[in-house]
Design a protein around this ligand. Structure first.
Ligand code: ADP
Ligand code: MG
Length: 583
């Protein structure tokens, strides 16, 4: 817990001043509020006198105190809001930076949607709790102490009534809360599930609609949301008991104070305390019991926020599983790749996804990879830019173990067009520059020509200034793939990897892209994962993967003559149109 608090407080930074001022103003507000009943008592007692002068004097003082109380209250509200929203902004930023440093493995571990929830809902919970701690958590105990002290100055005997009532009320209220807390905790976990389901569905809405699964999804969502409602109702019902319970204690206290107060006034003829002072005592009683209720509410808020805090600190504390080495090598000599008995598994208890891979690719060659889905093709190529680390053996790029390179250097030299690649919201030009910040227009046009994208981009009314919608939904699948290839080329990589990146491109254009690669970037090592044998048949080497192993390797001719899996795939794709002409 101590660690969680100190980890979070690291994000307060420039809002320290406001975080300090807010409780200070609250303290001043409490002082004013505790002085007010004293003046009121004076006003009441002066009523029986003949002159209006003391009443007017007291009224003016009362007004000033009330105004001051208003002023301090406002100031505390403003500073607490500044502090808590600023703190949340910093916290979100810190989390965001942290996540940027995460390796794929770390993202897998948390899941992307859980990270989103942590950056949004959880931060908001902590922000609210921080605002409350700054104000109410200071206000309440202070108010209790002041009010008890002030009533003690009025009458010790009467104060005993509150002093006895405070622990009794506390016990009752906290009894209710301790029953409600476990339910709240459970709600939080269910909320997570609900958020995940919303995120998954909204981002996959096109698929849901295409499969006409709206009803099914609505039903699923309804069940999850009903589940949360039930628990919420149960918890809120319990919490709702707090107010009536408190009211009961307030009335009992009022009754006791009035009864014993009246008794004392009558018996002592007002020598111990006056009617006005009795009214002040009643106000203090109210303030004290209200504080008790506030205290119990704060407790609820803080415990709930603690769950969120824990989840946030989990992310902040997480050591990225893949670090750039200190003084890493900052130059990749060439585009050669050596897999030296490489093994890989995604998690410690998972099975081997890559099994003893042995492969040497000389710089500048083109390698085609063919294999069924799930045969670990994507996994295989993700090791090269170190998106994941090998779990056995060694992987050399340019003759050096990838783990010895400065990570940025390595990833700048190895451009990957991932299978699930994305374009970002912005113009086509912005998206290209995302691959290389200072790319000139000529460079952008050159790579787009290479990737066979220039032609269709020029046909857009806005050309390179065409806006790409969020998620790249306003370009076709094939156009998106070509733009992603162009973006990767802009880095002038030593190694270019295309993971099924021309699947939505027609065969003719696909062939044109490969022709351009051959002619324009002959020194770059090219690795092409494809479904169609036509996409790889002109490669220097083709490897066939099956179940995490390389089962066949050779040129198109060699593999065709061998009559193995490759031949089988080729035949199945070319039956009917034998010898399909590809340029
Ligand atoms: N992020 C991941 N976490 C755990 N397992 C994964 C992950 N990505 C892929 N896998 C598993 O690794 C195996 C190979 O997947 P992948 O490399 O994507 O195959 P391919 O690209 O050939 O279709 C599959 O069994 C898949 O379920
Ligand atoms: Mg794949």
């Amino acid at each position: 817990m101590k660690h969680i608090v100190s980890a979070l407080l690291g994000s307060v930074r420039q809002y320290k001043k406001d975080s300090f001022l807010a409780p200070l103003f609250v303290g001043l507000e409490v002082v004013m509020e505790c002085l007010l009943p004293l003046l009121m008592a004076d006003v009441i007692d002066s009523m029986s006198g003949a002159s209006m002068t003391p009443i007017v004097k007291d009224a003016v003082a009362l007004l000033i105190l009330a105004l001051l109380s208003l002023l301090f209250g406002t100031m505390s509200g403003v500073t607490a809001a500044t502090a808590s929203t600023g703190f949340a902004k910093n916290l979100r930023q810190d989390l965001f930076f942290k996540v940027q440093d995460f390796a794929f493995l770390d993202i897998d571990r948390f899941s992307a949607s859980s990270l989103v929830t942590r950056l949004t809902t959880d931060v908001t919970n902590v922000q609210n709790a921080y605002g409350i701690i700054l104000r109410i958590a200071v206000r309440t105990p202070l108010m209790m102490i002041f009010a008890v002290a002030m009533s003690l100055t009025q009458s010790v005997r009467m104060s005993m009534i509150f002093i006895v009532m405070i622990p009794v009320a506390l016990l009752a209220l906290f009894g209710i809360i301790f029953k409600a807390m476990p339910i709240f905790r459970r709600i939080f976990r269910k909320y997570d599930a609900l958020n995940n389901s919303v995120q998954e569905n909204v981002s996959g809405i096109r698929v849901v609609k295409a499969f006409v699964r709206e009803d099914h999804e609505i039903e699923k969502f309804h069940a999850a949301s009903e589940d949360v409602r039930k628990d919420f109702t149960a918890a809120e019902k319990l919490i709702a008991m707090n107010f009536p319970t408190l009211s009961f204690f307030v009335y009992v206290a009022m009754m006791l104070i009035s009864f014993f107060g009246a008794l004392i006034i009558v018996n002592t003829k007002g020598s111990e305390f006056s009617t006005g002072e009795l009214s002040a005592l009643i106000t203090y009683g109210m303030q004290i019991l209200m504080s008790v209720m506030m205290l119990s509410m704060i407790f609820v808020m803080i415990t709930m926020a603690a769950e969120s805090a824990k989840r946030i600190v989990e992310v902040l504390d997480h050591e990225g599983s893949l670090e750039s080495p200190e003084n890493g090598i900052t130059e990749v000599k060439d585009g050669s790749i050596v897999f030296d008995h490489v093994n890989f598994r995604y998690s410690n208890h998972g099975n081997e996804v890559l099994d003893d891979i042995e492969l040497t690719i000389p710089s500048g060659k083109t390698v085609g990879i063919i294999g069924a889905t799930g045969s670990s093709k994507s996994t295989f190529i993700q090791l090269i830019p170190r998106l994941y680390d090998v779990t056995g053996g060694k992987l050399l790029v340019g003759g050096t173990d990838v783990r010895d390179y400065d990570l940025k250097t390595l990833r700048d030299s190895v451009a990957v067009v991932l299978q699930k690649n994305v374009l970002f919201h912005g113009t086509i030009r912005d998206n290209m520059r995302w691959g290389k910040k200072d790319a000139t227009d000529e460079e952008i046009i050159r790579v787009c020509r290479l990737a066979q994208a220039d032609e269709f981009v020029q046909q857009f009314p806005d050309g390179y200034d065409t806006m790409i919608d969020r998620g790249g939904t306003n370009v076709s699948g094939g156009q998106k793939q070509r733009l992603c290839i162009a973006r990767a080329l802009l880095k002038h990589p030593k190694i270019l990897i295309l993971d099924d990146s021309t699947s939505a491109v027609d065969t003719r254009t696909d062939a044109l892209i490969r022709k351009a690669f051959r002619e324009e970037i002959p020194e770059t090592t090219k690795i092409i994962i494809a479904q169609r044998t036509s996409s790889v048949e002109d490669a220097d080497m083709i490897i066939v993967m099956d179940d995490g192993r390389i089962v066949e390797r050779g040129t198109h001719e060699e593999l065709m003559n061998r009559g193995g899996i490759y031949r089988e795939i080729y035949d199945s794709q070319n039956s009917g149109s034998i010898g399909e002409e590809v340029m």
